[in-house]
Design a binder for this molecule. Structure first.
Ligand SMILES: Cc1cc2nc3c(=O)[nH]c(=O)nc-3n(C[C@H](O)[C@H](O)[C@H](O)COP(=O)(O)O)c2cc1C
Length: 243
């Protein structure tokens, strides 16, 4: 395996000196403005920005620096083709998942799941009884919410839960770097529901396993579904400080 030679320009200032308030402000803005966006403009991201984003994302940490993430970025005709395939397969309940999605959410987790669903349906004007409205909202996933790009995130088949954590850190780096460039995204487990088609169409080795996809591009600011801000649990509920 070849390693990219890292030069100083790529790494930036490697010292970890305390930051200044302006850096904190900007980073807070980037992290807090990352939300799952479910409606995009057709404007593509410039190729040089795409490269920059994926280069920066790779500075994520990983167990033993194994970097077990693999990104397959799809645009243009292949994007349209995959969307059509997904509507046929996933849209009709024909799945091929590399990793099961069988968690049963209970208690507070179930409540959070319900809350975010309600928030989204309310923004879309979909009522509780409106089964067709819900189906249309679901199918928007398979149209990548009109995003011009989608990245499929894979890891090799030998990977386990620890390596999946590495990949998650990489994916978050990716979405935050996108935000710094004004690009929005939506991570989507559902895009991993037809892994066989993704492998076949993109000519990916069978040893590569699909975790999820991320639709991305520039947000359509006119859509009410892009204005929802799902709640966060309180700091006290999530973090305990010891000394
Ligand atoms: C791994 C992962 C998979 C997700 N899958 C989907 C999905 O298939 N469809 C969707 O609309 N949102 C999906 N989401 C987005 C979540 O619903 C969203 O992150 C959560 O409600 C919090 O909202 P926020 O991202 O706007 O902060 C996914 C998020 C993650 C991290």
């Amino acid at each position: 395996m070849k390693f990219a030679k890292l030069d100083q320009r790529l790494i930036g200032n490697m010292t970890q000196a305390p930051s200044d308030p302006e850096t904190v402000r900007i980073f807070d803005q980037i992290a807090r403005s990352r939300r799952s966006i479910r409606g995009f403009l057709p404007t593509p991201v410039a190729p040089e920005i795409l490269r920059q984003v994926f280069e920066t994302a790779a500075f994520a940490p990983s167990n033993c620096n194994t970097q077990p993430w693999y990104s397959y970025v799809v645009s243009g005709e292949m994007r349209d083709r995959l969307s059509r395939i997904f509507l046929e397969t996933i849209g009709n309940g024909n799945y091929s998942l590399d990793f099961p999605y069988d968690a049963k959410y209970e208690g507070v987790y179930r409540q959070r799941q319900l809350d975010v669903g309600l928030l989204l349906y309310k923004a879309l004007g979909v009522t509780r009884e409106d089964r067709e409205g819900k189906r249309q909202a679901f199918l928007r996933n398979l149209e990548f919410f009109d995003a011009p790009h989608v990245v499929f995130i894979f890891m090799p088949d030998w990977c386990g839960i620890r390596e999946a954590c590495d990949v998650g850190m990489y994916a978050q780096n990716l979405m935050l770097t996108m935000r710094a460039h004004g690009i929005s995204s939506c991570p989507q487990t559902i895009l991993g529901y037809d892994a066989d088609s993704v492998r076949r169409e993109l000519n990916i080795e069978p040893e590569m396993k699909l975790l999820f996809g991320i639709s991305f591009g520039y947000e359509n600011p006119d859509l009410p579904e892009n204005r929802i801000v799902p709640d966060r649990a309180t700091l006290e509920a999530q973090v305990k400080f010891y000394s």
